[in-house]
Design a protein around this ligand. Structure first.
Ligand code: FMN
Length: 202
C-alpha cells in the first residue's frame, strides 16, 4: 500500500500519522488564563527537541477555527507546565481531555490538586511524579493547517522523591516512573520489555 498524502483527506492523514508514529509520550499541559483560571489538557503531538537549550514542543490544533484554551493561555502568559502522564493518572488525564470551555477548571473536573510552579506562572499537577516548568521559547505557525507548534524552554524539572535515579546519573528509573504513551483512538501503551543494546564502536 502506498499513499500520496496530498490525495488524502485530513481524517485519513490523521489516522495514518497517529497509528504509525507510536507510542507518543503525553504532555499533560497545565496553564493559567489571564483571569487566573487553571487549565489542563493532554497533548500527544509532543516531542523532546533539544537538551541545550532544554526544549520540548507541543503541537496544538484548533477547535472549530478557535484556538484551544491551552494555546491562548500560553500566548498570553508565556508559561506552561508539562506534567508527564503516568499510569496512575490515565483516568484523570482522560477526564481533562473533554472539549470544555475556558470557564471550566479541568483540575477541579478531574479531582486533581495543583501547586504553583516556581520558575513560571503556571500550575502543575501536584501528584504528577515528573513535571517540566516551561517558559515559552517560540511559537511556530504551521501554514496550511490548524496546528500551531509551541516550543517551551524547560527552566525547572520536578521529579518525585520516590522515583529513583540510576546511581551517579540523572537518568530517572523508567520502571518506577511508569510513563504512558498514546497509540491511536482510545488506545494507550505502557512500558513493556526494555531491550538494552550496546552501540557499535568504530
Ligand atoms: C491522549 C490525548 C492526546 C491529545 N493530543 C492532542 C494534541 O497533540 N494536539 C491537540 O490539539 N489536541 C490533542 N488532544 C485533544 C485535547 O486534549 C483537547 O482538545 C482538549 O480539550 C484541549 O483543551 P484546552 O481547550 O483546554 O486546551 C489530545 C487528547 C488526548 C486524550
Amino acid at each position: 500500500m502506498i499513499w500520496d498524502t496530498a490525495a488524502l483527506g485530513g481524517r485519513e492523514r490523521y489516522q495514518l500519522l497517529t497509528s504509525l508514529v507510536v507510542p507518543r509520550p503525553i504532555a499533560w499541559v497545565s496553564t493559567r488564563s489571564p483571569e487566573r483560571r487553571r487549565n489542563l489538557a493532554p497533548f500527544s503531538y509532543f516531542a523532546a527537541v533539544a537538551s541545550t537549550p532544554f526544549l520540548v514542543s507541543v503541537s496544538i490544533g484548533s477547535r472549530g477555527g478557535v484556538e484551544k484554551d491551552t494555546l491562548r493561555n500560553i500566548r498570553q502568559t508565556g508559561a506552561f507546565c508539562v506534567n508527564l502522564a503516568t499510569e496512575p493518572q490515565l483516568v484523570p488525564m482522560n477526564e481533562s481531555a473533554g472539549e470544555y470551555g475556558p470557564d471550566v477548571d479541568e483540575f477541579e473536573r478531574a479531582g486533581l490538586a495543583s501547586a504553583n510552579a516556581e520558575s513560571v506562572d503556571a500550575p502543575y499537577v501536584a501528584d504528577c511524579p515528573a513535571v517540566l516548568e516551561c517558559r515559552l521559547f517560540k511559537v511556530v505557525e504551521l501554514e496550511g493547517g490548524p496546528n500551531t507548534l509551541v516550543i517551551g524552554e524547560v527552566l525547572r524539572v520536578r521529579l518525585a522523591d520516590d522515583i529513583p535515579l540510576i546511581p551517579g546519573t540523572l537518568y530517572a528509573d523508567t520502571t518506577a516512573l511508569r510513563p504512558v504513551g498514546r497509540l491511536w483512538g482510545d488506545l494507550y501503551a505502557t512500558i513493556g520489555d526494555m531491550p538494552a543494546l550496546k552501540r557499535p564502536s568504530v
